[in-house]
Write a protein of this length. Structure first.
Length: 263
């Protein structure tokens, strides 16, 4: 499996992805908003985009579908309940469904509600797994729930699905929010040395050559995975004394999401 991360350079800081089969050159385009860049990368690599996967229905993730389909005839795949929101969808998928790319690539669909209620993440069946997380999980952060989602569902997605993924899983999110998210982590957990070192190291990184983290690293510096950190809880109690000294992980997650909304 070959993964090409495509930096759009737009105001929303989107990442698009091409996932290609090295044997056939068939490629899956994930959320190809900047369809011209995606088509150009595919052409340069000698790949043919045969399928599109939309992680969810928001305009900055489906806006390039028409351009890719016009150029390639690619089939559009998305959550089975998103058909009314994503024009000309060809295939609806749910938890456990497999998307095959060429002869060698298999991607498992995870039904991951929270950012929206029709959100799909993709997990590769490879020795070193890759998670294409859309707007559910970001580097050092979690998706918002403003436009058709729900924070309690997002918590369940983290607790029941993302927490169970292997440490060596590589993360490919839908946006580059790394620096702002690290700053939020340090606001919530000032003694997080990993987050501080990363902020210093990557503050000026080139998004065209962005850091690819693992879930092991995310669990060290992503506050939404650090729900039992004494420092996170102590800071939370300062602002929300009603949660008590030993809040449960769900309460911590929901309060962190509430704080991040205004960050």
């Amino acid at each position: 499996m070959i993964v090409e991360q495509v930096w759009t350079g737009n105001a929303y800081r989107n990442f698009n992805y091409l996932v290609a089969c090295p044997e056939t050159g068939d490629a899956l385009a994930i959320d190809p908003l900047d369809f011209e860049k995606c088509l150009a990368v595919a052409s340069d690599k000698g790949w043919t985009i045969t399928q599109i996967l939309n992680t969810h229905e928001h305009g900055d993730h489906i806006g390039g579908n028409k351009g890719v389909v016009k150029a390639t005839g690619a089939k559009i795949i998305a959550h089975k309940n998103a058909g009314g929101r994503i024009p000309n969808m060809d295939r609806g998928v749910g938890a456990g469904d497999i998307i095959k790319v060429g002869k060698t690539v298999e991607l498992e669909c995870l039904d991951t509600p929270g950012h929206t209620m029709c959100h799909i993440c993709l997990l590769s069946h490879t020795d070193e797994p890759a998670l294409f997380s859309g707007d559910t999980l970001f580097n050092a952060g979690a998706g918002n729930c403003h436009n058709g989602g729900h924070p309690e569902e997002l918590y369940e997605t983290f607790a029941q699905q993302l927490e169970r993924l292997g440490e060596n899983t590589r993360l490919y999110p839908g946006h580059d929010y790394l620096i702002n998210n690290l700053e939020f982590t340090l606001d919530r957990e000032p003694d997080n040395a990993v987050a501080k070192d990363m902020l210093d190291a990557y503050r000026s990184q080139d998004p065209d050559d962005a850091l690819v983290t693992t879930l092991a690293l995310e669990r060290e510096m992503n506050t939404f995975f650090r729900l039992q950190s004494p420092s996170v809880i102590a800071r939370l109690v300062e602002e929300f004394p009603e949660v008590g000294d030993s809040p449960d992980p769900k309460t911590v997650f929901l309060k962190l999401r509430e704080l991040r909304n205004a960050w």
